[in-house]
Design a protein around this ligand. Structure first.
Ligand SMILES: [Fe+2]
Ligand SMILES: [Fe+2]
Length: 185
């Protein structure tokens, strides 16, 4: 698998996180009971898998490698701005999670539902644009075999940086756990 395919495969996982965030938002809006612990797990998955791991690979390895090719700098600049938007939404979600824990859910339910909805829209929009960008890179064979190898090695160091393959496996288990929760039906 080359570096571009690796990131596209991450996007499939991101879309599962998107579905979880979307469903959870709907259930919060319709006043269904969502355990606090599940909300906490969603924020951990967003922070560690989506942001630190996936966006980290793009920001530290893939984008620096592609930014000087084929006039991609404008696209990449936009992607980086969007990552910041995602971080802001995630931070606001986390802040309201703390309020829920300290003061009860009464005033936190609506903002949490809203930020989860925003985050799901962010993932759909952002991964959609990036997937098109990745398709162009693959169609035009923009990255050489050598560059791909370097990137894959760099991705490995990104993975070690977030706790290694054991931690990523745990992330996948947490996503599966959330998908199996009663409120996901
Ligand atoms: Fe991205
Ligand atoms: Fe991405």
């Amino acid at each position: 698998m080359n570096a571009t395919q690796d990131l596209k495969r991450d996007h499939l996982t991101l879309k599962r996180v998107r579905n979880i965030a979307q469903r959870c938002s709907e259930k919060l809006y319709s006043n269904k009971n969502i355990p606090f612990e599940d909300l906490k797990i969603i924020s951990v998955v967003i922070e560690e898998f989506v942001d630190k791991f996936h966006h980290g690979k793009e920001e530290q390895a893939y984008f620096p490698e592609t930014i000087n090719k084929d006039n991609f700098s404008e696209d990449i600049r936009r992607f980086l701005i969007e990552h910041e938007l995602g971080r802001r939404i995630a931070a606001m979600f986390l802040r309201n999670l703390k309020t829920w824990r300290e003061n009860g859910e009464k005033n936190s339910r609506e903002p949490l539902a809203r930020f989860l909805k925003s985050y799901s829209v962010f993932i759909t929009d952002h991964t959609g644009k990036e997937d098109k960008f990745f398709d162009i890179i693959e169609e035009k064979s923009i990255l050489s075999e050598q560059e791909n190898e370097t990137l894959i090695r760099h991705f490995e160091s990104c993975r070690n940086h977030v706790g290694g393959s054991a931690r990523i496996e745990q992330m996948m288990k947490l996503i599966e756990y959330l998908e199996g929760r009663e409120w996901m039906r």
